[in-house]
Design a protein around this ligand. Structure first.
Ligand code: F6R
Length: 591
């Protein structure tokens, strides 16, 4: 199981009725070194995992596999078990002693208990799965039952590789494509029982389940990108899952937002009289989106600062300032320096970060992780969208703590947020015409992006994507600012992308429609991103992209997607390396 992470790794094998294991924090080379120093017995049955920490930091102890049933079972896990706290409490009361901080160990202990009570590995796994909530892929072995591996999945991927004299289960076909191209994709809520010569798939109740066999047609290097030409394109398509994972487990059945990782007391959050968001690049644009939401929901003044400018202007900060920092990598030096300065001045710092254990979350008072999984393409896509989602969670949480929204108002936004992954998927499914548009515009010298309200940061993000990977001059403007200067750039055929707010806030919507007319009257080629069926924009759009209906504040989660894809298509057409654009690096660790 390797899907998301690389912060620690482990392996367990069976030999003569005993489980032998090694696990190590850090890159997989650390585990290699450990195995070279302390080799494992040769074995025909084993499981392994590389981790991307969610519950408990990236330490040797928290690395997988985890053991259960007094060392009888070993288990690895991808995903998040939402009810793990209740399960750990229940098992603790029965005398189970946990050795890690993970949610996974609760599943391992549950499985051990089932086997002790007489279930075999497959039945034990089904019973465990029936008790788990959240997202998980689990793979387990039983010391007393060699030659067998049992795996299960819910909301997290699992593939079976069908070999000759050998079989595999993995989070992705890339793990076994070296050995076989015959694969089976497991469906939702299924358990697979694998022996060397048999593969049996059931549902969680033990009923035979239909399977989806397929042949892998990619070569090994392409499989690492799951068949996509670029990591960026893959990551654009991962956004529904990434946003869903970021929202997962943050809202209780009782209707309260819970941000478990946020170790700043509620009283302290009530005392705050100003919020300053500091970040760089796309993360800064995510912060600009957040400002609209946070001020609207909490009525606390919120400033957004480019991190590299922050400490040089002697910002006004004290103990009642909350600094929120946003960083995908968690290592951006400008951002790190900004939060150090803020803490020296007595501010509390909350980090929104995608990388567990990185420097920025370590040096912050609290952290809210986005669960986007590793972002490899240098241009941020799922990083940006999950940052926006995490900012909404933080804004709603502050509103809950400070009592500036009623519970049912928070619930209504949370319901709408929970529906966005499916809507992002709808946008992704409708992107085919973007390629045509890219072919049409690939030779332009300059592209303008306009937006108002939260559409303005989306315009900035669309322009940044085009600059960084397609090396094409692009600018984003607040649509209303156009007439104060930039409209002089508009000439015959200049492409102007316009992000139109959803219908409903008529003043805002109508103003943007007027701005489209203004640029069209001066010869612009208009590409309009607007709510599907918006009757007022079609007449002024040379090209129109429809977005599913969503409220104004949440629209960036949808509107950014066609702009990301447009940049990816233009860069591809130009023959550039989309994942590693010139002059850029994924983590910028110098100021
Ligand atoms: C743009 C991009 C950069 C980063 C910026 C901050 O696509 O990737 O602008 O957003 O360098 O990086 P993090 O979020 O790692 O602090």
């Amino acid at each position: 199981m390797e899907y998301r992470g690389y912060d620690s790794a482990g392996i367990a094998v069976l030999d003569q009725g005993t489980i032998h294991w090694r696990k190590k924090a850090g890159k997989i080379t650390n585990l290699d070194a450990e195995l070279a120093a302390r080799p494992l017995p040769v074995s025909g049955t084993g499981i392994g995992h590389s981790r991307w920490a969610t519950h408990g930091g990236p330490t040797d102890q928290n690395a997988h596999p985890h053991l259960g049933g007094a060392g009888r079972v070993a288990l690895v896990h991808n995903g998040i078990i939402e009810n793990f706290a209740a399960l750990r409490a229940e098992l603790g009361a029965q005398g189970v002693v946990f050795t890690s901080e993970t949610d996974t160990e609760a599943a391992a202990a549950l499985l051990g208990r089932e086997l002790e009570q007489g279930a075999d590995l497959a039945e034990g796994m089904r019973r465990v799965c029936r008790r788990l909530e959240g997202a998980f892929t689990l793979v387990a072995v039983d010391a007393a039952d060699p030659g067998r591996v049992v795996a299960a999945r819910r909301n997290s991927p699992l593939m079976v590789g069908v070999g000759e004299g050998e079989n595999f289960v993995a989070s992705d076909v890339s793990a076994f494509i070296e050995f076989t191209r015959h694969a089976i994709e497991l469906g939702q809520d299924q358990v697979v029982d694998v022996h060397v010569d048999s593969i049996v798939v059931t549902d969680f109740e033990g009923r035979p389940a239909p399977t989806k066999p397929f042949e892998v047609t990619w070569d090994l290097s392409a499989a690492e990108k799951a068949g996509y030409d670029w990591f960026m394109r893959k990551e654009i398509f991962e956004q529904p899952q990434a946003v869903a994972d970021t929202l997962l487990g943050r809202y209780t059945a009782e209707g309260a937002l819970q941000l478990d990782e946020l170790h700043i007391g509620e009283d302290e959050l009530r005392r705050i009289d100003k919020i300053i968001i500091v970040a760089c690049g796309s993360a800064y644009y995510a912060g600009l989106v957040a400002k609209y939401a946070i001020e609207h929901w909490t009525r606390v003044a919120c400033e957004v600062e480019i991190a590299s400018e922050f400490r040089y202007r002697d910002p006004i900060i004290d103990g009642s300032t909350l600094v929120v920092t946003i960083s995908q990598s968690g290592e951006t030096a400008d951002t790190l320096m900004a939060i150090r300065h803020a803490r020296e001045q007595g501010a509390k710092v909350i980090a929104i970060c995608n990388t567990n254990g990185a420097t920025i979350p370590r040096e912050s008072d609290a952290v809210l992780y986005t669960h986007a999984g590793p972002e490899i393409g240098v241009a941020s896509t799922k990083g940006f969208l999950t940052q926006v989602a995490a900012c909404y969670l933080l804004g709603l949480y502050l509103a809950q703590v400070r009592g500036t929204m009623y519970d049912d108002e928070i619930a209504a936004v949370m319901d709408e947020l929970a529906a966005t992954p499916a809507l992002i998927q709808q946008v992704l499914d409708s992107l085919e015409p973007i390629r045509e548009l890219a072919i049409r515009l690939v030779n332009k010298d300059s592209v303008l992006f306009l937006g108002r309200h939260v559409g303005y940061p989306v315009a900035l993000e669309g322009a940044l994507k085009l600059k960084e990977i397609a090396y094409l001059h692009a600018e984003g403007f607040p649509a209303g600012e156009l007439k104060h200067g930039p409209i002089a750039l508009v000439d015959d055929g200049v492409p102007v992308f316009v992000v139109v707010p959803p219908q409903g806030r008529d003043q805002l919507h109508d103003k943007v429609v007027s701005n489209i007319q203004e640029v069209r009257a001066r010869g612009a080629f208009t590409v309009v991103v607007a709510e599907e069926g918006d009757p007022e924009v079609a007449a002024y759009a040379d090209v129109l992209f429809g977005l599913p209906k969503v409220s104004t504040l949440l629209q960036p989660l949808l509107a950014a997607v066609p702009l990301q894809m447009f940049a990816c298509e233009v860069a591809t057409l130009k023959g550039y390396d989309v994942d590693q654009p010139r002059n850029l690096a994924k983590s910028v660790t110098v100021e």
